[in-house]
Design a protein around this ligand. Structure first.
Ligand SMILES: [Zn+2]
Length: 175
C-alpha cells in the first residue's frame, strides 16, 4: 500500500463510522463525537485543541443542513453547520480536510476571535490562513501531493489571484 492509499484508507475508515441516517436527521443538532468517530485521535485535531480535544469534540454541536455549499462555523454560538448534500456526494478527502479546517475555526471561536472579520478579504483573513495551515499540514502528513493540495485549496468561487495568494500564505507550491 502506498502512502496515499494508506491515507485514503484511513480517511474512508473515519467516514465508514458515520451513521447512515444523516440525511434523515431533521434540523436538530447532534454531537460531533457521536457522528465523526476517532477524530480525537487525529494528530492535527489534537494540535488544535491539545489536551481538551476529547472534551471539546464530545460537546461540539453539529447541524446537518440542506444548505448549499460546504460547511461553516455559526458565528452566533460556534456550532458547526455541514451541508448534507456535500457530506453525501462530496470528495471524502476534501470533506475530511474541511472538517480539520472548521475545527480550527471552532477553536478560534472558543478563544473569542472574530471569524468573519470584514476588514480582510477571505484569503487574507488571519483566521482563514490559520485554518488552512492546519488542513494543509494534515494533507501533507497524509502524503497528498502539492498538486492535490492545490486542487483542495482552489474553490470554484476563488479567482486565480486569490488562490495564488492563499497558496503562498500556507506555503503550498503551485505546480
Ligand atoms: Zn474557513
Amino acid at each position: 500500500m502506498t502512502a496515499i492509499e494508506y491515507a485514503m484508507f484511513r480517511i474512508l475508515r473515519l467516514f465508514r463510522k458515520l451513521p447512515f441516517n444523516i440525511l434523515g436527521i431533521g434540523n436538530r443538532k447532534v454531537i460531533f463525537a457521536e457522528y465523526f468517530k476517532d477524530f480525537e485521535k487525529v494528530a492535527a485535531v489534537k494540535g488544535i485543541f491539545g489536551e481538551k480535544t476529547s472534551e471539546v469534540l464530545s460537546h461540539l454541536k453539529v447541524e446537518f443542513s440542506w444548505i448549499m455549499g460546504y460547511m461553516y462555523v455559526d458565528g452566533s454560538d460556534g456550532h458547526l453547520v455541514i451541508s448534507k448534500g456535500y457530506l453525501n456526494t462530496g470528495n471524502k478527502t476534501d470533506i475530511y480536510l474541511d472538517l480539520i479546517h472548521e475545527l480550527c475555526h471552532v477553536k478560534q471561536f472558543m478563544d473569542g476571535r472574530e471569524l468573519f472579520d470584514p476588514r480582510y478579504d477571505y484569503v487574507d483573513r488571519p483566521t482563514e490562513i490559520e485554518a488552512y495551515r492546519y488542513a494543509v499540514q494534515e494533507a501533507r502528513r497524509l502524503g497528498l501531493s502539492e498538486e492535490r493540495i492545490c486542487l483542495y485549496l482552489k474553490t470554484e468561487w476563488m479567482g486565480e489571484g486569490d488562490f495564488r495568494r492563499l497558496a503562498k500564505s500556507v506555503n503550498v507550491l503551485i505546480p
